[in-house]
Structures are given as C-alpha cells and as structure tokens.
Design a binder for this molecule. Sequence first.
Ligand code: TRP
Length: 529
Amino acid sequence: MAQIREHWSGSLGFVLAAAGSAIGLGNIWKFPYIAGENGGGAFVLIYLICIAVIGLPVMLCEISLGRRTQKNPVGAFKMLSPHRSHLANFAGFSIVFTGVALIFFQEFGWAVILLILGGLIIKCGWTVAGMLGVASAFVILSYYSVIGGWTIGYIIKAVSGHLNYITESAGSKCFSGFMVDLRWVIPLHLGFMLLCALIILRGVRSGIEKWSKILMPILFVLLIVLILRGLTLPGAVKGVSFFLSPRLELITAESVLIALGHAFFTLSLAMGAMITYGSYISRKQNLFLSTISIVILDTVIAILAGLAIFPAVFAMGFKETSGPGLVFNVLPAVFSSIPGNLGWLWAALFFLLLSIAALTSGMSLLEVVVAFLVDELKWKRGKAVFISSSVITLLGLLTAVSFADWSRLEWLHIALVKAFHISHGSFFEVMDTLTASWMLPIGGLTISIFVGWIWGTRKAVEEIRHGSHNFADVHLISLLAGLKDDPSHNNSRYHVLTLASLWGIFIRFLTPVAVTVAFLHKIGCLNIK
Ligand code: TRP
C-alpha cells in the first residue's frame, strides 16, 4: 500500500521551513561582503531586482512543480516529462558528441563524465534535471556541514574565552590553526551531520517544521540583539554607509551577474530543495503568498545581517575584509574590542546565529536526498537517513581534512590532476566550483525551460490557482491604475497583463537568457567587464 505523504500543518510551517532553507551562510557572511565590495546600496538595489524578476518566479516554478507532483525532484520531473522530448534528445546527443571529441584531446576524465551524462539524458530525458538537483544537494551538504561544524566550534571557543584577541592577525592565526586541527574539525563535522540527521529522521511535521518554528524566531531575535549592540556603538554610521550608500561607480556588468548568482544561491534554488519542500504542501495553501513571504524573509535577513556586521566592524576601527575571513578572523576581534568585557557573549551569540542558519539549510539539503531515496527507491525513512547522511559525512571528511592544503590527500590530488587537469585550489574549492558555477546555473536553466516550455506555464498556473483564489489573474494594469473594481477592466480576462502572464514571460524568456549569460560568464566563455 502506498504510504500517505506527510504535509506541513499549514502555511506558517511551510514558510518558516522554506525560509530556514533559504536563510543560511549565504545571507549572513556572503551577502554583506559581496554587497560591500560591489557598490553598497547600488548593489543591494540590483540584487533586489534580480530577486524580484528571477528569484521569485523560479521559486514559484519549483514550489508548484513540487506541489503538483507531490514528489521528490527526480519523481517530479519523471511524472511531468513527455515520452519524447526533442530538446532533451538534442542536448543528450550534443553532450555525447562533445564527450567523444574530448577523447581526441586526451581529456579522458571529462570525456567519461560527458558520455555518462549525455547517455543518461538520452535514456531518461528530463528526469536527469531532477537527478542533478539531488546530486547537487548531496555534494553541497558535504562541505556545508564542515563549515556548519566550524560555526559550532566557534560558539564553544567564544564561551570558553578563547576568542578574546583584539587584532585581526591574532584572529587569522587562531582560525588557520583551528581549521586544520582535526581534533576539532572532524568531531564538529560529525556533530553537525548528526543534528541534521536527527531532525530529518523525525519527518516533515515533527522534525523539519517543529525545529524551524523553534529556530527561526531565535535566529531573528539574535540578529536584532546584535544589530542593536552594533548600531549603538559610536562611529557605527560609517559601517551603515559602507553597506548601504550607493557607489554607482563600483557597479559593473559583472556585479549584475554576481547579484544574479547570489539570488539563486540564497533562495536555495536549482537544487530541488524547493521542489522537495513544495511536495509537502497541501492543495489548500496559497502558493503565491507563501513564495512572496519566503523571499521577503530571506531578503530582510540578508540586509539585517549586513547591519549586524558592518556598523560594529567600522565602529571598532577595523577594515572590511571579504569571505570567510570577515566572519572567522575579524568578527571575534571586533566583538572583543567592544567595551564592557562582554566580547565572549557577542561572539557566542553571533556564532549561534550562524549555526542556526546553517543547520536549517543543512537539514533541507539532507531532506532532498532522503525524499529521493524514500520515494524512488522505496526505502524506509530511517534507512534513507542513516545511509545518506553517512555517505555525505564521508565525502565531507575529504573537505574537512584538506581545507588548508592537499598534504593529507595527495592521492586524491594526483587522481584529480590526472583525470581532470584540476591542479589549483583545495578539495573544497573543487566542490564549490562544481556546484556553484556549474550545477546551479544548469539547474536553474533546466527548471525554467522545463516549466516554461515542456510542462507549460498554462498547467503551472492552473496548479498555482489552487488555493490562491484569483491571485494569478489580478489584472496588473487596472490594479496599478486603481481601476481594479471597474467592470470594463475586469470583463476581459484574456489578453491582459495579469500576474500570471507576466510570470510566464519571465520564466519562458527572461530567466533562461539571464541564466545562460551568467553561466557562460562564470565558466569563462564570455568576458563581461
Ligand atoms: N540558501 C542557502 C544559504 O543562503 C544555501 C543553499 C544553496 C541551500 N542551495 C541550497 C540550502 C539548497 C539548502 C538547500 O546559505
């Protein structure tokens, strides 16, 4: 007998769980520094536009795919794919031919990968898009969990008084020692995976939903506390202006593409996460309102994170730096410099905030893989959780032991160089490039083309209409003109600009083109300055 699928208890449960997935390390350490580097307020504006015209429409695609099929990403694509798709065949054969061509250039590693991928596409068609999603979630979680472990380690260090240095150089010394110290890093990675696994084991309602309802409000309160502390320091305004004042001269075409890539990453798109969470929504819920709420929550938290970080950094006379460095090297020193000897407390609260954000994202990544195993291979939830989290943990160990250099993994390095000619960067960077530069744009492209052209926007809008009343049909022009109730504007339901028609145009044309440009730029085929 088929098992009945578990559902969220209501809209709030779904919105908080999905916001938990979206709000992660991306919001708290990545967004503030890329905004700072790329033109402050002007970048924030471009980012908001990317979120509104690309992120939100794609999220609506994923959520409606999930709810329509009530399945994991692989099952969702399988269910809605046509028997034969010329586009999929074309893509499959092109990839196979490219693979064959690479053999002549002696690129055997890449050739094998392309031959397998192309063969899979020819055999399984669009379902491969779902498989790529599950694979991305799998790979991302392996390294996300290592960084999640660091954040927990830093809570422990803060509480035990080990972060009481006040210079950046002391901070980076502490951090570079920490991340290669396997006595810390490995148990923390295992601990983080264990927490994710325990929550996912409890299922949708009493696991994911319950913990999201507890953790998300805590995250919000912590953020507000930190903002109040930062903003009330003398000199905090400089930080606010660094983050938000529009420096138009720093805006380049490249920053637009960075904003676009980050919009996908921060909303957890293109990896099947929102398809999976969407598959636990009941038909009664309003997809449109839920999607808007998730997107707004994610955006607000990203901006608040900037306000929690930069005012304190500038008020204490530190310079902005970028990347993990900002969070792990500089912030502890900033907190210790705040007068009043409560540095350990501010640092502990901050890293608690970061751990919570990472945990709610980590568990959604695990759920993507588990949902696939449970739906497609008919595994029991317990077995699926146990096996998937164990394998992910093992893959993550490779990242954990090789963060600083390859010395502990020479064999892997030699194999990678031999097979793929990848010589630079750590294992983490290889995994990060694989997912963020390749799988994420390809996932975004396939989802928008699939919904826009294969499944079809008409059927997608039909799905969105369930529970959303007439939202999709709001007549935009009459709404903007204040003529919403004017009978002659509402008579003609067709050939008007409605939210649904605008969404369809974005999904069919704007998203595929924008994502393709960003992808070609990222892999170096298109040089945009
Ligand atoms: N959105 C997460 C963040 O901002 C990262 C992320 C990307 C993610 N894709 C995901 C999380 C898929 C869960 C599922 O940090």
